[in-house]
Write a new protein. Structure first.
Lengths: 156, 845
């Protein structure tokens, strides 16, 4: 009994925000040996006052659960199984796909000659679970590529 | 909200609910879906406030309130209409507020015709095109300020039009539509009236129970009209709180991953309207109010994106922006995938194969792509559909025949990257990275930054058509660590913007239209004020007043209650000591209070704009809605909505009954996509309108998160809610022979699924127009992957969109239910063919 220690003892505390709903509860993330050992409500937050709901309280599991995967997976056209693909190679292939589809589906003008300047063949869904900075780079890059079908959960 | 008040965000903040004297929670199950925010409702209740929950099911929210009213899904506009009727009939509006701060006195044009005159339509309807033109909705006078009758007696003033418009929304009629007693509506209306005025305030909070309908925006407009009539906007304990479901869904609208917007609610350029920057600014600017400075916001955005290339000579690179020319929302994209027009798709932290309405149609669309990128924590259904979708099981799709090339990529979690979320109250809160992401997991910031970098490199090496926008794009951010992660703080600083010397701006008032300032999102300008990341401020709540202005940073300008000039009377004095918030200090000659005033700091309450004044200078000292061109809260919306200047009750797209109020059954402007696998169940007035007799609605549980990607992988949560179930009343169970704990098969003309039966008194039968009706409730979190699996409720849905926000109707559709397990394999398409045949749906409707 005397040897029992809290797993948070000696851990560094990093301040964070819950990733689930939009209440925006404060979280204290406890880090020991470069690993997250606990996530608790942050009592300093004027919104949540240290509380978390069942999902927020389970967010340690969200980031450490055994179902999480850490390697890129690739399925070729008409393929029947996943294949391995190094991250750098995947990035290169995706950049090629984007440019190719952009060339193939570029629309300079509509039937009446009005400017369109867009790539109609690419669409995007996602953003409501992401950071503002991420959404900003996405919107900026897509707009430069001429991709207009950029959408997120707000529509759903 | 944007149309009524000027900004598309919650007008208040969660903690302020504690100051309410009455809270109406409607279209939201706050205790279960926003549990920690709900503590502020409980604070109000402990203080003696009246708390009301209007929602189809009795939930844990209902259990904690003073009054629960179980309305039929999809009838909210009728319910709110009856409250407006009550306020007007009993003369309970807060007159001084209404006359001075809203457009109730504005006199409308002679050619404006209300739904009263045209049986459910406004003037401007074009039957052949299924749409309105809006000229007749505009204000009567175009010469400067609109004509007004501050006595509210002129028969063509908004107040009198409103009275006639709502005359038929009696509590008795609404009660028949909603399936409740008129007395319940009167009790809610009376509670709101009794708790509004100088001394008291009421708040309304809503969620997707309002938005996911074919009349979603008009339902929110109904709430806005109530809050304007009762004088509850801009005041402590008042307001409308939109409760959003995702950590940064407000942020993804502000910095929009939405087709029709640029950052800060600047519209995307339209092919037919915007040939050059001048056209764009002229058509988008208002003479008065904050949109009078659109030129500053757009030019600063173009400077942030195209840097040195954006000059006056190059029209600030405006021509490099792509143009929209119609609906390019996600459901439209899905149809275009099915038709082969969209070939590549990025699916980033979303799971449409489970989470989107009519998910079966989405899976068929994914199977028709050339390439697909899915980024998530684990292999979700949107990545695995090619071998485990229900359509594979039924033989309708074959793995070997699906051409889609798929890249599944591991994403970094919220503890593995720096960045900010914008929560439901417009508050930007920064997170610090706690640990590095493992192996090949990366942030989206990393993915898009490095993708952009690669594309720029390729374009530099090869001749690429239309390369200028990419070549000119500013794309330099400091990289750190082994993975070369770009700096999120540097991106936030670009969003905030800088001046000609490269110094961080302190607010959007400093933006210029001459190209000397750059700013990625004008409404976020100030979040990096004084070269400090304001969103990372963490002064404990216990060391501040209840507004906590030094915790993080809220847009705009760190304001926590919007339009808070309205918390003072026209002379600038608080309406009452009890409800003081922001007021005019004559000695200091400025607005002061508990929050950042949402008004020009030194503009006197008696300021009258001189002739020819523009932008904010054209807003008078007594006009709190500074984003609107007239400075007023819009009870009547002359522009901004395509389906009418006032809310009208229409039945849901699929409904078990006829519309009692007008001969027009459903919202005539709703956007439909009639095609195979997206059939509509027939509704009354159509033949066989009773073929799908029950009302279907979908919802969420505390223990799961939307499409399950963030909860079906989490052991604790999966154990707490292991299995898909349907909620039915004891009466419906008896009618259809359903047994608690046993299986039920639920079906529409699109899909058939199975779920465990939960027989519960929390769901009540409804009496509609004298006849008993039943509903089936379905949480929609399950799919084929994860620790707990099950059928997806969203498979049952049909895609028909609200015409303003392009949001799908997911609540209030029709279905049928029977005991036992569903058919399997090839029996599924045969079963659905039979269902459609029995409903006589030979033709796609």
């Amino acid at each position: 009994m005397a040897d029992w220690k809290a797993r948070t003892e000696g851990a560094k505390v990093v301040k964070s925000i819950c990733p689930y709903c939009a209440v925006g509860c404060g979280q204290s993330v406890y880090v020991k040996d470069e690993k997250i050992v606990q996530i608790e409500g942050d009592p300093d937050s004027p919104i949540s006052r240290g509380r978390l709901c069942p999902k927020g309280a389970a967010s340690l599991s969200l980031v450490t659960n055994p179902l999480r995967e850490y390697k890129v997976k690739y399925r070729r056209p008409f393929g029947t199984r996943w294949e391995e693909l190094p991250l750098e190679r995947a990035m290169e292939m995706i950049a090629d796909r984007v440019l190719e589809t952009r060339r193939d589906t570029w629309e300079s003008t509509d039937g009446d000659g009005h400017t369109l300047n867009r790539c109609y063949g690419i669409a995007h869904l996602g953003g409501a679970t992401l950071d503002n900075e991420e959404n900003y780079l996405m919107k900026k890059l897509y707009t430069a590529l001429g991709v207009v079908q950029v959408e997120n959960q707000a529509r759903i | 909200m944007g149309t009524s008040f000027g900004r598309g965000g919650a007008t208040t903040f969660q903690q302020d609910l504690q100051n309410s004297d009455c809270i109406l929670i409607m279209g939201s199950n706050m205790a279960e879906n926003h549990p920690v925010g709900f503590q502020w409702v409980m604070e109000a209740r402990e203080r003696g406030a009246k708390i009301i929950h209007v929602d189809p099911r009795f939930t844990r929210t209902s259990a904690m309130v003073n009054l629960h009213v179980p309305i039929r899904p999809g009838t909210d506009t009728a319910f709110l209409g009856a409250i407006i009727h009550y306020i007007l009939e009993h003369d309970r509006a807060f007159k001084e507020y209404v006359v001075n701060y809203t457009n109730a006195p504005v006199i409308l044009r002679e050619d404006f015709k209300d739904t009263e005159e045209l049986d459910g339509f406004f003037s401007g309807w074009h039957e052949d095109q299924n749409r309105y033109t809006f000229e007749s909705w505009q204000y009567g006078s175009m010469d400067g300020a609109p004509h007004m009758d501050k006595t509210l007696q002129d028969p063509r003033c908004v107040y009198q039009v409103l009275k006639r418009h709502y005359a038929r929304y009696t509590p008795e009629t609404a009660a028949q539509i909603c399936g409740i007693d008129a007395q319940q509506i009167i009790e809610v209306a009376e509670a709101l009236c009794a708790n509004s005025g100088r001394e008291r305030t009421s708040a309304i909070s809503y969620s997707v129970g309002w938005t996911q309908h074919t009349a979603g925006a008009q339902t929110i407009r109904g709430a806005a009209i109530i809050q304007l009539l009762l004088g509850n906007i801009g005041r402590p304990g008042g307001g409308i709180l939109a409760l959003r479901g995702h950590a940064s869904i407000q942020g993804s609208t502000d910095i929009p991953t939405l087709f029709n917007l640029l950052p800060g609610y600047i519209p995307m350029p339209h092919a037919l309207a915007h040939d050059n920057l001048k056209d764009f600014i002229e058509s988008g600017s208002a003479m008065a109010g904050a949109w009078g400075n659109l030129d500053r916001y757009v030019v600063s955005l173009l400077k942030a994106w195209f840097g040195e290339h954006a000059t006056e000579k190059s029209d600030f690179c405006f021509d490099l922006l792509p143009r929209i020319n119609g609906d390019h929302s996600t459901y439209r994209s899905i149809m275009d995938m099915l038709d082969g027009k969209v070939k590549g798709f990025f699916c980033i932290g979303e799971n449409p194969a489970v989470g989107s309405g009519n998910s079966g149609l989405h899976r068929r669309a994914l199977a028709n792509l050339e390439w697909l990128v899915v980024r998530d924590f684990n292999e979700i259904e949107s990545a695995s559909f090619w071998y485990d979708a229900p359509e594979i099981e039924s033989g309708e799709l074959r793995t070997e025949s699906i051409k889609t090339e798929i890249f599944w990529m591991p994403a970094a979690g919220h503890t593995e990257k720096d960045g900010s979320f914008t929560n439901t109250q417009r508050l930007l809160q920064w997170r610090d990275k706690a640990v590095e992401p493992q192996d090949e997991a990366r942030s989206e910031l990393w993915f898009y930054y490095h993708l952009g970098k690669r594309i720029k490199e390729k374009i530099a090496q090869q001749a690429e058509p239309h390369a200028d926008p990419i070549r000119f794009l500013t794309w330099e951010y400091p990289e750190t660590g082994e993975t070369r992660e770009p700096s999120a703080a540097a991106v936030l600083r670009e969003i905030n913007g800088w001046d000609a010397q490269g110094k961080a701006l302190s607010g959007f008032g400093e933006l210029k239209a001459d190209g000397s300032t750059a700013c990625g999102c004008w409404i976020y300008c100030g979040c990096y004020k004084d070269e400090q990341n304001q969103t990372a401020r963490r002064k404990p709540g216990s060391e501040q007043n209840w507004v906590a202005p030094e915790w993080a940073w809220a847009w705009p300008a760190n304001r926590r209650i919007l339009y808070n000039r309205a918390s003072a009377d026209p002379q600038g004095k608080p309406w009452s000591e009890r409800k003081k918030y922001v007021w005019w200090d004559e000695q200091k000659s400025e607005w002061i209070g508990f929050d950042t005033p949402d008004f020009a700091k030194n503009k006197r309450p008696d300021y009258i704009p001189p002739n020819g004044a523009k932008a904010d200078d054209a807003i008078a000292g007594g006009q709190p809605f500074i984003m609107q061109a007239d400075g007023l809260g819009w009870i009547f919306a002359p522009t901004g909505l395509v389906d009418g200047p006032l809310p009208v009750y229409y039945e849901p797209h699929e409904s078990p009954v006829r519309n009692l109020l007008y001969s027009q059954q459903a919202n005539p402007c709703r956007r439909q996509f009639p095609r195979p696998f997206n059939e509509s169940n027939p509704s009354p007035s159509e033949l066989h309108g009773d073929a799908f007799p029950f009302v279907l609605h979908t919802y969420r549980l505390t223990e799961h998160h939307t499409a399950g990607a963030m909860s079906r992988s989490v052991p604790h949560l999966s154990e707490l809610q292991p299995e898909f179930f349907c909620e039915v009343s004891p009466e419906l169970a008896q009618l259809r022979g359903l047994i608690h704990g046993d299986w039920a098969t639920i079906f529409t003309s699109r899909a058939v699924i199975e779920a465990r039966v939960m027989v519960t008194g929390r769901v009540k039968p409804m009496i509609l127009q004298g006849k008993e009706f039943h509903s089936v409730g379905l949480p929609y979190h399950w799919g084929s992957r994860g620790l707990v699996t099950g059928d997806s409720a969203n498979d049952l849905l049909q895609i028909t969109l609200e015409p303003n926000a392009h949001i799908n109707e997911t609540k209030g559709l029709t279905c049928d239910i029977m005991p036992g397990r569903r058919p399997r394999g090839e029996a599924v398409p045969a079963f659905l063919n039979d269902v459609r045949k029995r409903a006589h749906m030979d033709v796609v409707t």
